[in-house]
Design a binder for this molecule. Structure first.
Ligand code: GDP
Ligand code: ZN
Length: 525
């Protein structure tokens, strides 16, 4: 077996619990030397019963007889799991020791001093998981989702990653692969023995059935790709662009959302004319928020504004970027605001182009800021005007209900009994709603959130070969038999791509795939 030859017989160990101050640290040992390690640390007591915890004092190897000296840790909890039904598929020893970094260091160096016929060494990053894969405890799709689980920083990332852990995806790809290989075998038998007439189904029937099966798999591949697209949004974050003319309150709104509704993951400062980006966690969704330079075109509905011709080059560059931002965002928030007019009245300042950009986005919200500057009655009238003039005339936005907000009210000290002054909280709720629309999948397809980018690439390859199969299997060609040979070959190629997803089957480059997947892992996993 090529797999066990790549295993090596080393016994590996590492700190498996998280870093930082904690009460307990877990050191994991895996390999044939586990009991040697145990005996090195605890020579006076028998190991605990398999899978039961035992309390032990750990000694410096070779010094257990010296009273009180050289105790490495006391009251450690020890668990011994004999292979092969363990996390790695090998013998595993778990030492739950006191959490201080000095204790951990002493335990690790004591393990290194234990003697065993099997080499004992510190684990490489991801080596425990690699062994689990090589011993058939996990398939590659599960290994990947484990990597995602460990990397998850937001609640929604965690949920997407956990979907892939179950092994359902890997099993699905295995079923497809077996179906394809079986069909290929049948087609080849048909090519070789079709004169014999001993077939249950006619060659035409067989091809028709295989084609139907291939169509079914092609349809499922589409769903799997959709699942990956959705979880991509969870993994890499939903991109939100905040658009509107200058001074409507974009920066104020962003500050309100960041300040009260989200926690910043990272942020990038920029000038007022540039796009300012921040990575946020809004209710468990990772988002990147871009506050753009105000879009100000000739169509700005403000007669008092500077004419477009005086817009400076720097500002134009900012506007160009804002436009691009809008185009590659998942959610666009268009902001308008209530502004005084020269005549002593009020109007809503908005930008027509911004509205058009928003209408083209997958999800969009329209909000009118500075609701505090007019009476509720005036606000109501202005909003009705805004709806019938601006929104009705923009395709895709007619019927849209704008939210009214006041960043100023939201920023003022809280008044007892007043819920959500300024309405920024409500706007955030709407945002979260749009995130859940963007990332939703039917209930019975939640596991498809576990489909990774690597898997999508292989699924696309599979798809190509299956399309080629369908082309080759088309009847009526001048050279019918050669087409069937080609069709069978495409089934084989498609099956090989599926094998690469789970790392099972005859795919050749398992080691290469392992390298790519495991480089993301940390030591101890
Ligand atoms: P931006 O250019 O769109 O980013 O707008 P800013 O956030 O820089 O705000 C422009 C001006 O409007 C600033 O003077 C803000 O203090 C003011 N402003 C923002 N939000 C409100 C609000 O809700 N009510 C009032 N009255 N003023 C606001
Ligand atoms: Zn701004």
């Amino acid at each position: 077996d090529t797999r066990s030859s790549t295993l090596g017989n080393d016994t590996i160990y590492a700190l498996s619990s998280g870093s930082g101050r904690a009460g307990i640290a877990v050191v994991r040992v895996s390999g044939p030397g586990c009991l040697d390690v145990y005996r090195g640390l605890c020579p006076t007591k028998a190991p605990p019963k398999p899978r039961y915890a035992g309390v032990r004092t750990l000694f410096e190897p070779g010094f257990a007889h010296v009273p009180d000296a050289n105790i490495v840790d006391s009251d450690s909890l020890i668990l011994y799991f004999p292979g092969p039904r363990t996390v790695t598929g090998e013998d595993v020893l778990e030492l739950h020791v006191h959490g201080g970094s000095a204790t951990v260091k002493a335990v690790l160096s004591a393990i290194a001093k234990c003697s065993s016929p099997a080499k004992i060494r510190y684990a490489e990053p991801g080596e425990f998981t690699r062994r689990a894969f090589l011993n058939g405890r996990l398939d590659l799709a599960q290994v990947e989702s484990l990597g995602d689980t460990l990397a998850a920083e937001t609640e929604q990332q965690r949920r997407a990653a956990v979907r892939g852990n179950s092994g359902v995806l890997g099993k699905t790809y295995e079923v497809w692969r077996e179906q394809l290989l079986l069909a290929r075998g049948e087609i080849e038998a048909l090519i070789d023995f079709s004169e014999d007439q001993h077939f249950d189904e006619s060659p035409a029937e067989l091809l028709t059935n295989v084609k139907a099966m291939v169509e079914q798999i092609l349809h499922s591949i589409q769903l799997h790709k959709l699942g990956s697209q959705r979880s991509e949004l969870l993994r890499h974050g939903v991109r939100i662009a905040l658009l509107g003319p200058p001074n409507v309150g974009k920066s104020s709104l962003m500050n309100q959302i960041v300040g009260r509704e989200a926690s910043i993951v990272s942020s990038e400062a920029g000038t007022t004319r540039d796009v300012v980006e921040a990575s946020l966690d809004i209710r468990g969704y990772l988002c990147s928020f871009a506050d753009t330079a105000g879009i100000r075109t000739k169509s700005v509905s403000n007669p008092d504004e500077t004419p477009a011709s005086t817009i400076g080059a720097i500002e134009e560059e900012g506007i160009r970027r804002a436009r691009r931002k809008a185009l590659d965002s998942d959610v666009v928030i268009v902001l308008a605001s209530v502004e005084p007019t020269k005549g002593g009245g009020h109007r809503i300042s908005y930008d027509t182009e911004t509205l058009q950009l928003a209408a083209g986005a997958q999800q969009c919200l329209v909000a009118v800021n500075k609701s505090d500057v007019v009476s509720p009655e005036t606000l109501e009238r202005l909003i009705q005007d805004f709806k019938s003039s601006a929104l009705e005339s923009t395709p895709g936005l007619s019927g849209k209900e704008p939210l009214t907000i006041s960043c100023k009210a939201a920023a003022s000290p809280p008044t007892p009994g007043l819920v959500d002054p300024g309405g920024v909280h409500g706007l955030t709720e709407k945002l979260v709603e749009s995130f859940s629309h963007l990332t939703s999948l039917p209930g019975d397809m939640q596991h498809l959130l576990g489909v990774t980018e690597r898997q999508v690439q292989l699924l696309s390859e599979t798809e190509k070969h299956l399309q080629d199969f369908l082309t080759a299997a088309q009847t009526g060609g001048p050279d019918g038999e050669a087409d069937v040979v080609l069709a069978a070959e495409h089934l084989r190629l498609a099956a090989a791509q599926l094998a690469a997803i789970t790392g099972r089957g005859e795919s050749g480059d398992v080691e290469e795939v392992l390298g790519v997947i495991f480089e993301k892992f940390c030591v101890g996993k």
